[in-house]
Ligand binder design. Sequence first.
Ligand code: OAD
Length: 260
Amino acid sequence: MTRDPDLQLERQIERIAGFLRDAGSVTVLTGAGVSAESGIPTFRDAQTGLWAKYDPMELATPQAFARDPSLVTRWYDERRRKCAECKPNPGHLALAWLQDALEGAGKGFTLITQNVDRLHQEAGSRDPLELHGSLWVWRCTSCGDEREERQVPFPEHPPRCECGGMRRPAVVWFGEALPEPVLAAAWRAAEGCGLFMSLGTSSLVEPAASLGRVAAAGGARTVEINPRETPLSPRVDVSVRGATGELLPVILSVLEQVAP
Ligand code: OAD
C-alpha cells in the first residue's frame, strides 16, 4: 500500500472506474454532501449555519407543525429561498451523465437521494428515489392534495389549499415513516445492484444508512466518497476522502478511457 496520497487517490479512482465499467447495474445513494458545493448547508455542517438558529426537533416534526404551523412553514420557506438561489454542481451533472451512459449501454441505474432540494432533477437525473420527500412539494393537511410549488416566498404562512386547509412540506419529518413504495424500491435497487456508491452522506440516519450493507450482502462492490470518515467507511471496497463535485467528474473521465 503506497504512502503517496496522490498515487493512492489515483489508484482508488482507477478502481472505481473499473467497477463502473464492469457492473451490470449501479445504485447510487446521495446525501446533503452532494449539494454542499452548490451552496446548500448540510445537516451536520448546518448545525453552525442554517439550523444553528433553530432546534431541528422544534421545527421538523408533526408536533411542531401542530403547535405553530406558521413558524414551521416560514422556516421551510427560508430553505426554499436558499435552494432557489442554488444550482446543480459538477457532482450532480456527473451523476446525470452517468445515468445516460449506463442506460445507453443497456445497464441498470438507480439514484436514491436523501436530499429534498431536487438539484438532481435540475441537473438532468431521471426518476430519482426521494427517500425523504421534497422541499418543493407541498401537501394539504386537510384534503391531501399534493403539488410542486415553485413560487418563492409563499404569500402567506402557512400556505393554504383551495379547500382552505393548511399546506405542509412533503418532506419526512423526525418520527415519520418514509414513503413505503419509495423505500421498497430503494431496498430492491440496493439488493440487486453490481455496484453501490454512497456519496456525500454521513451514513447516520436509518434506513438509508443500511443500504450499503444490503448491497454488499447482495454481492455488490461498494464505494464511498466523503471528505470525512463515516460508519460505512471501514465496510466498503473503496472509501475515498474527497468532494463529490471534484471527484465524480474525474472518475467519469477515467471511465470514458477504460470503458470498452
Ligand atoms: P449530513 O449533514 O448528515 O452529512 C453530510 C455528509 O456530507 C457529511 O458526512 C460530510 O462529511 C459530507 N460532505 C460535506 N461536503 C461534501 C462534499 N463536497 N462531497 C461529499 N461529501 C461531502 O447529511 P445526510 O447524510 O444527507 O433526514 O443526512 C441524512 C439525513 O439526516 C437527512 O436526509 C435528514 C437528516 O435527518 C431527514 O430530514 C428525514
